[in-house]
Write a protein that binds this ligand. Structure first.
Ligand code: CTP
Ligand code: MG
Length: 213
């Protein structure tokens, strides 16, 4: 069974602030993208890897990632465009595809392995989830219109609840819309999404914890 990973990394990282694109932000001396690619390559079951990057950076990032045996392709305007381009670049023999945001550079191998195990077990689509710790308010403008029952919620890669701006904020949502049965496996706190400068500080702390430094 050939298992591939598409790594969307073509975003601008606007919420990170001005400066370099998010993929090249430094975390413990490495660009974020390098952490993400090394993390994926640490999963033995993963075969082909396609990294989707900002259009102007394809050449530079092909060089940066040369040691990791990945295909680098240019992304699109929206995340979903980038995912589509990544999928289009996969070799024909691929059986299973994992889409993993480069913005989660520290996702532990165990999370990938849990997804792969569930797929091998027959699940059609799988997403790692964490329980939501915060009370979640539905707001319109600055007005709270509802408190969402927390026990029913899972943070689907945290996107669905925190960033929902339309029907296609995450891949699992797209798959659900097709009527496919989407299964969950336990996520991991260290698979945190790096969105703002604060998240970089948390990620640095995670790495310090790993190395015992
Ligand atoms: N992404 C992508 N192509 C886009 C937009 C986003 O490949 N056109 C990727 C990002 O690189 C990231 C993931 O999708 O790995 C999740 O997006 P997000 O965290 O929103 O990153 P950015 O879009 O870069 O950040 P921002 O929204 O703050 O600009
Ligand atoms: Mg974005």
């Amino acid at each position: 069974m050939t298992i591939a990973v598409v790594l969307p990394a073509a975003g601008r990282g606007e919420r990170m602030g001005a400066g370099v694109v998010k993929a090249l932000r430094e975390l413990a001396g490495w660009p974020l993208l390098l952490h993400a690619v090394a993390g994926v390559r640490a999963v033995a079951a993963v075969g082909p890897v396609v990294v989707v990057v900002p259009v102007g950076l394809v050449n530079d990032l092909t060089v940066l990632l040369a040691a990791y045996d990945v295909t680098v392709v240019p992304g699109g305007e929206q995340r979903q465009d980038s995912v589509r381009r990544g999928l289009a670049a996969l070799p024909a023999e691929v059986d299973l595809v994992l889409v993993h945001d480069a913005a989660r550079p520290l996702a532990p191998p165990a999370v990938f392995e849990a997804v792969i195990a569930a797929l091998r077990g027959g699940a059609e689509a799988v997403v790692p989830v964490l329980p939501v710790a915060d009370t979640v308010k539905r707001v319109e403008g600055d007005r709270v219109v509802a408190t969402v029952a927390r026990d029913d919620l899972r943070a689907v890669l945290e996107r669905a609840h925190r960033e929902a701006t339309g029907p296609a904020t995450d891949d699992a949502g797209l798959v659900e819309a097709l009527g496919v049965d989407v299964r969950t496996v336990p996520g991991h706190e260290e698979a945190l999404k790096v969105t703002r400068p604060f998240d970089l500080a948390v990620a640095a702390a995670v790495l310090r914890g790993r190395t015992g430094a």
